[in-house]
Ligand binder design. Structure first.
Ligand code: NAD
Ligand code: MG
Length: 404
C-alpha cells in the first residue's frame, strides 16, 4: 500500500488524480489533500477519501472545514497557511506527492517533496521553469523519483530508455518533437485576437483544464513553459526541441534517436493516462481512459507554430536560451498578465506585451539559490504591475508591442 499526498487536490489535475486512485484502493491510499480556499470541495474529498491530513492556505476556509469535519465525525487533521503545504509534502506517510498546484505558489512545496526523497509526480511546470537547476539537484541529492505529469513530458518519458536519469540527456537521443494543440485560437486572424474574451480563451478544443493553463494554451505560452520544462527534465537544450502544432492532441510528443527512429506516445487527451502511468510506474494500471479510435480519427496533422500571432512562444524560447533567472522572470510576468486578462483588465494581445516589457527591464542573474529565484519572481511581478496599470484597457499592436 502506497500513501499519496495531493497538493492542489481541488483543481483539474487533482480531481483526475483522485479519480485514478479511487480505481486502485487496494494499492493506493490518500494520506493528504491541499487547496488554496475551496473548503467545500475539500470537504467532499475528505468524505470520499478520508485523508489523515488536509491543508488550506486560506485560514478562514480552514477553520470552516475543521468545524464541518468535526461535526461529521471525521478525524482528519486540518493544517493552515502557506507553510502547511511544505509540511504535507514532507509527510512520512506519503510515498508519492502529486504536485498539482498552479503557478509559483507550488514552488516551495514541490521543492520540499523533492528534498524529502518522494516519488514526485510533477504537474506544476511553473516550479521547474522557475528553479529547474535547484529542483533537479534536490531530486538527485535525495534519491527522489521525478515523473512528469504534463502529457507531453510524460509521453517523452515513456519514449526514453528506463535507465534515463532526471536532467541528463540520454545517449542516442537526437531531438524531441514537442506537440502543441495550437489552442482555441489556432485559426483566429491576428486582428481578431485583441478582442477575445476570457471565456473564449478558456474553451480549449481538446483538454478540460484550469483557467490559467487554458489561457497559457491559447497564447502558446504553455508550449514555451513546456520547452523550458523539457530542457530541465531531459537534459537537452532549446535547440534540441522542435515545437510542432498537432491540433488533434493524440500524439502527445515524440522522441527522435540518432539512428532516425522516431518514437511517439499516443492516446486520447485525458490526464488520467499520464497520472495513472506515474502512480503505477513501472507497472501499468487501468486508468478509466477509453481506447483510442484511430480509424475514427482518420487523419493526424502537423504544422509549424505561428510565432507572429503567438509571440509568447518566441519570448519563452528567448528566456530558455538565456537561462539564469530569466525563465523565472518570464513566468512571473506571465502569471501577472494572465491573471489581469482573466479579471477583464487586460486584452489578450497585451499579455505578450507585458511579458516582453518585463523581460526588457528586469535584469537576469545566474540561479545561485532559492533566494535568487524568489527575488527575480518578486521584481518581475512589481514590473508587471506597473506595465499592466499603463496598459489596462489599451489595444496594443500584438507584433510591434505597445511599449516599443
Ligand atoms: P487548477 O486551477 O484547476 O487547480 C489548481 C490547484 O492549485 C487548486 O487545487 C488550487 O486550490 C491550488 N492552488 C492555487 N493557488 C494556490 C495557492 N496560492 N496556494 C495553495 N494552493 C493553491 O489547475 P490545473 O489545471 O489542475 O493545473 C495544475 C498544474 O498542473 C498547473 O501547473 C498546470 O500547468 C499543470 N498541468 C495541468 C494540466 C491539466 O490538464 N489541467 C495539464 C498539464 C499540466
Ligand atoms: Mg502539456
Amino acid at each position: 500500500m502506497k500513501g499519496v499526498a495531493i497538493l492542489g487536490s481541488t483543481g483539474s489535475v487533482g480531481a483526475s488524480t483522485l479519480d485514478v486512485i479511487s480505481r486502485h484502493r487496494e494499492a493506493l491510499k490518500v494520506v493528504a489533500l491541499t487547496a488554496r480556499s475551496n473548503d467545500a470541495r475539500l470537504f467532499e474529498q475528505c468524505i470520499a477519501h478520508r485523508p489523515e491530513v488536509v491543508a488550506l492556505e486560506d485560514r478562514t476556509a480552514a477553520t470552516r472545514l475543521a468545524e464541518r469535519l468535526k461535526a461529521a465525525g471525521i478525524a482528519t487533521q486540518v493544517l493552515r497557511g502557506a507553510g502547511a503545504l511544505e509540511e504535507v509534502a514532507r509527510l512520512p506517510q506519503a510515498d508519492m506527492v502529486m504536485a498539482a498546484i498552479v503557478g509559483a505558489a507550488g514552488l516551495l512545496p514541490t521543492l520540499a517533496a523533492a528534498q524529502a526523497g518522494k516519488r514526485l509526480l510533477l504537474a506544476n511546470k511553473e516550479a521547474l521553469v522557475m528553479s529547474g537547476s535547484l529542483l533537479i539537484e534536490a531530486v538527485r541529492a535525495s534519491g527522489a523519483e521525478l515523473i512528469p505529469i504534463d502529457s507531453e513530458h510524460n509521453a517523452i518519458f515513456q519514449c526514453l530508455p528506463h535507465t534515463s536519469v532526471a536532467g541528463r540527456k540520454p545517449a542516442g537521443l537526437r531531438r524531441i518533437l514537442l506537440t502543441a494543440s495550437g489552442g482555441p485560437f489556432l485559426g483566429t486572424p491576428a486582428e481578431k485576437l485583441c478582442s477575445v474574451t476570457p471565456a473564449e480563451a478558456c474553451a480549449h478544443p481538446n483538454w478540460d483544464m484550469g483557467r490559467k493553463i487554458s489561457v497559457d494554451s491559447a497564447t502558446l505560452m504553455n508550449k514555451g513553459l513546456e520547452l523550458i520544462e523539457a530542457c530541465w527534465l531531459f537534459g537537452v537544450t532549446p535547440d534540441d526541441v522542435q515545437v510542432v502544432v498537432h491540433p488533434q492532441s493524440v500524439v502527445h510528443s515524440m522522441v527522435e534517436y540518432v539512428d532516425g527512429s522516431v518514437l511517439a506516445q499516443l492516446g486520447n487527451p485525458d490526464m488520467r493516462t499520464p497520472i495513472s502511468h506515474a502512480l503505477s510506474w513501472p507497472e501499468r494500471w487501468e486508468s478509466g481512459v477509453e481506447s483510442l479510435d484511430i480509424v475514427g480519427l482518420g487523419r493526424l496533422t502537423f504544422q509549424e507554430p505561428d510565432l507572429a500571432r503567438f509571440p509568447c512562444l518566441r519570448l519563452a524560447q528567448q528566456a530558455a536560451r538565456a537561462g539564469g533567472t530569466l525563465p523565472a522572470i518570464l513566468n512571473a510576468a506571465n502569471e501577472a498578465a494572465v491573471e489581469s486578462f482573466l479579471c477583464g483588465h487586460l486584452n489578450f494581445t497585451s499579455i505578450p506585451v507585458v511579458i516582453e516589457g518585463v523581460l526588457n527591464c528586469v535584469g537576469a542573474m545566474p540561479v545561485r539559490n532559492l533566494e535568487s529565484v524568489l527575488a527575480a519572481d518578486h521584481a518581475a511581478r512589481q514590473a508587471a504591475a506597473k506595465l499592466i496599470s499603463r496598459l489596462e484597457g489599451a489595444t496594443p499592436d500584438p507584433v510591434a508591442g505597445a511599449l516599443a
